[in-house]
Design a protein around this ligand. Structure first.
Ligand SMILES: Nc1ncnc2c1ncn2[C@@H]1O[C@H](COP(=O)(O)OP(=O)(O)O)[C@@H](O)[C@H]1O
Ligand SMILES: [Mg+2]
Length: 342
């Protein structure tokens, strides 16, 4: 099947300022595709061009086989846009607001009523559909926004940071709606966010956008795998140089470093020098902590099996264990040297 969307070299310039600097990507039919990037990266500008809200300075896209610029009518039928802010009539009910949007798309009569009922169901607002919007929470209003983007049954839905400023309950409803639309209605979805957890949870693939460009594009799994296999932090009953060397030699382990010193002052001069001491010179903590090692791995799961196997052989117990898997936040930091939320 051809991709539902193929963007080619999209550029948006505002005078000297380049908001989007040559963005190309493809979205497969049935995919939930993430555009992940910090504020100002160019996410909204990109989807505004793809949904005919903004004219590209350069580049184009094919959507459902139609050229964005040459066949705008066809493209508009395929696309559904849920912008961050949408003008709703506060004194009218959700149902009346949605009927208004449905009429813009040419829906009338029974078809309009059925479509409105259906989208109210999708965003889980059926129970409150007849109350005026001004009584809704911010999150509920956002869900009406989403419903408005769905009334004309688009094949490709653009959601622009749909959970920003939304209460946790509505946030969960939004996640469920996205997954339901994708799995039950086979809707293709482009989801922009600066929350990496959301993209990890919802998307099959993602493009990481920074300063108007795509700096990485892959499956979530591959993006995270870029950084290697996670870190295991382990507290041990005891540790010596031979054990360190043996753990470093395990096939799934890339490095082992000591992060906390052994408790006993006899364990080594360096360790004693950095160990916290009380005024009397003895250890502060009555219950001494053992040595803690940081184990960098190719794949944390394999390394864990190998390390525990080795410790069992040597009859060394461990006192604590923590596993840190890399996530999209660390991928972004790695690629740009910046935090996603600054
Ligand atoms: N109408 C505009 N005029 C000038 N600059 C703009 C305009 N709209 C957006 N920008 C700039 O373009 C860049 C990308 O903005 P935007 O697409 O809104 O980013 P994001 O959605 O990723 O936060 C930002 O630097 C922003 O200030
Ligand atoms: Mg934006």
């Amino acid at each position: 099947m051809p991709p539902i969307l193929e963007a080619e070299g999209l550029v948006k310039r505002y005078g000297e300022h380049v908001a989007v600097d040559g963005i190309s990507f493809a979205v497969e039919e049935g995919e939930v595709f993430g555009l992940l990037g910090p504020n100002g990266a160019g996410k909204t500008t990109t989807i505004s061009m793809l949904t005919s809200v903004l004219e590209p300075t350069d580049g184009t896209a094919r959507i459902g086989g139609h050229d964005l610029r040459a066949e705008p009518t066809e493209v508009k039928r395929i696309n559904g846009l849920v912008p961050q802010d949408l003008a709703l009539y506060p004194t009218l009910s959700a149902r009346a607001n949605l009927q208004f949007f449905g009429r813009i798309y040419g829906l009338r009569g029974r078809e309009l009523r059925e479509r409105v009922d259906d989208v109210l169901e999708i965003v889980a607002l059926t129970d409150r559909a007849n109350e005026p919007i001004e009584k809704y929470s911010g999150g509920m209003k956002r869900r009406v926004n989403i419903a408005a983007g769905l009334v004309h049954q688009p094949r490709l839905l653009f959601l622009d940071e749909p959970t920003v400023g939304v209460d946790p309950q509505s946030r969960n409803h939004i996640f469920e709606s996205v997954l339901k639309l994708n799995r039950e209605r086979r809707m293709s979805i482009i989801y922009t966010s600066h929350y990496m957890e959301e993209v990890e949870l919802l998307c099959t693939r993602a493009a990481i956008v920074d300063e108007g460009r795509i700096i990485a594009l892959d499956t979530i799994r591959n993006l995270i795998a870029m950084l290697g296999g996670g870190v295991i932090q382990m507290g041990l009953e005891r540790l010596d140089d031979e054990m360190l060397a043996a753990m470093r030699a395990l096939p799934a382990v890339t490095a082992v470093t000591l992060v906390a010193p052994p408790p006993s002052p006899t364990a080594g001069v360096a360790a004693a020098a950095i160990a916290p001491t009380s005024d009397e010179g003895g250890p502060v903590d009555a219950k001494p902590a053992g040595p803690v090692v940081k184990i960098e791995t190719r794949r944390s799961q394999d390394a864990l099996v190998q390390v525990v196997g080795y410790l069992n052989e040597r009859d060394v117990g461990f006192t604590s264990i923590e596993i840190f898997e890399p996530n999209l936040e660390s991928v972004f930091l790695h690629l740009t040297g910046k935090k996603l939320r600054e």
